[in-house]
Design a protein around this ligand. Structure first.
Ligand SMILES: [Zn+2]
Length: 194
């Protein structure tokens, strides 16, 4: 099974789906992380380091909408495509969602949207209808991957990673109904394979 996680910027997937990527990799999935906006070689290196920590392959792409769709179509079919949400307040996140949707034209594929980025405003959360739980060890590893994004870690300061941890704990507690150590990430299933 193959999954493609699409962010606009190099930290988008780690923030909203770093635990889920690990659960898929542990289940034997081949997981690719891609980003659609070129943010310079430093953030490219950070993206590579973070993806390696999660056990995924990082292949950034940039270009026009059509070029990006073309380059990923050439790589072959996926069983699951996960994008930034179409409701996101960031225009590049919305564009990435549209590119993900375009990729589903070629095959019957599951399509999910990630939760909105942190930070990223409060009025742009997708209607979450699917949750993936993961362990303390996986959350610890997710935090390591976030830390690998040194540019963002420095830019957003001491509250960034704890805020992401708090959202994962909040969702984990809600989904597992009171388990002490449970973490979760939320998604919106846009399409399930027929
Ligand atoms: Zn972003």
């Amino acid at each position: 099974m193959r999954a493609l996680f699409m962010g606009a910027h190099p930290d988008d997937v780690e923030v909203s789906a770093g635990g889920t990527v690990q659960t898929l990799v542990e289940d034997g999935w081949e997981v690719w992380i891609t980003t659609t906006v070129y943010e310079g070689s430093k953030r490219l290196d950070e993206g590579l380091a973070a993806a390696e920590i999660l056990g995924a392959s990082y292949i950034p792409v940039s270009g026009t909408h059509e070029e990006i769709v073309g380059s990923w179509s050439d790589i072959g079919d996926f069983d699951l495509i996960v994008t930034t949400p179409i409701t996101d307040s960031h225009p590049a996140h919305r564009t990435t969602a549209k590119i993900g949707l375009a990729l589903t034209r070629r095959n019957d594929v599951d399509l999910w949207e990630m939760n909105h980025a942190i930070p990223g405003g409060i009025a742009n959360s997708p209607d979450l209808n699917h949750f993936v739980t993961f362990s303390f060890e996986q959350e610890t590893n997710k935090q390591r991957a976030l830390k690998a994004h040194k540019t963002q870690d420095t830019k957003y300061g001491d509250w960034w990673r704890p805020a992401i941890l708090a959202r994962d704990r909040y969702l984990g507690l809600m989904v597992e109904r009171g388990q002490i150590i449970a973490y979760a990430e939320g998604f919106r299933i846009v399409h399930s394979r027929s």
